[in-house]
Design a protein around this ligand. Structure first.
Ligand code: QAP
Ligand code: CO
Length: 172
């Protein structure tokens, strides 16, 4: 199982690089990412979160029965936002910042170009939760975490709570 690295691991700050080879090793890496994400009860994961700084991310939102399946898995490689509009707030979390959730402002709607695992060019328009998830994961590719979007006061509250939770983890 791939290990998900957590804040304040400095590797999360790396800028990810363009994917140029859409080969079997990329495919098995994407499969490994999916297993690691489901194991950790996540709905989105960027490659850098398993310490591989490449422009790849996966998103698997639950369906109407609240179940995740590979049938609805999105594998997004080398994404670029073509258009963005509107604003929404969503209470975000992150597998690399376990146990912490905060309201974050994002675009409501985005239009995205990207490549799939075979290197084919794709485009999609997303809103609501899918749009939030894509923007959250794309920030990872730039070395950014959602906690960097918090106000100074909320960031300080986060640092305090997070340190306390980490200490509690170590002794248990
Ligand atoms: C990113 O986040 C995201 O703290 C994916 O203890 C954020 O999968 C997508 C998780 C907001 C859409 C909206 C977090 C699991 C999972 C935790 C996740 C935790 C266990 C986060
Ligand atoms: Co995240």
């Amino acid at each position: 199982m791939l290990e998900i690295i957590t804040y304040p691991d400095k590797r999360l700050k790396l800028r990810s690089k363009e994917v140029t080879r859409f080969d079997a090793s990329l495919h098995s890496f994407l499969d490994d990412m999916y297993n690691a994400m489901l194991h950790a009860n996540g709905i989105g994961l960027a490659a850098i979160q398993v310490a591989n700084p490449i422009n790849a991310l996966i998103i698997n939102l639950p369906d109407e029965n609240d179940e995740q399946s590979k049938a609805t898995l999105l594998e997004i490689i080398n994404p670029k936002i073509l258009e963005a509009g509107g604003h929404q707030f969503y209470q975000e979390g992150c597998l690399s910042v376990p146990g912490f959730y905060e309201d974050i402002e994002r675009f409501e709607t985005i239009t995205l170009s990207y490549q799939n695992r075979h290197g084919e060019s794709c485009e999609l328009e997303a809103n609501a939760l899918l749009s939030v998830a894509i923007q959250h994961e794309m920030d990872h590719l730039l070395g950014k975490l959602f906690i960097e979007k918090l106000s100074y006061a909320r960031r300080k509250k986060f640092e305090k709570e997070y340190k306390k939770a980490q200490k509690a983890k170590k002794v248990s």
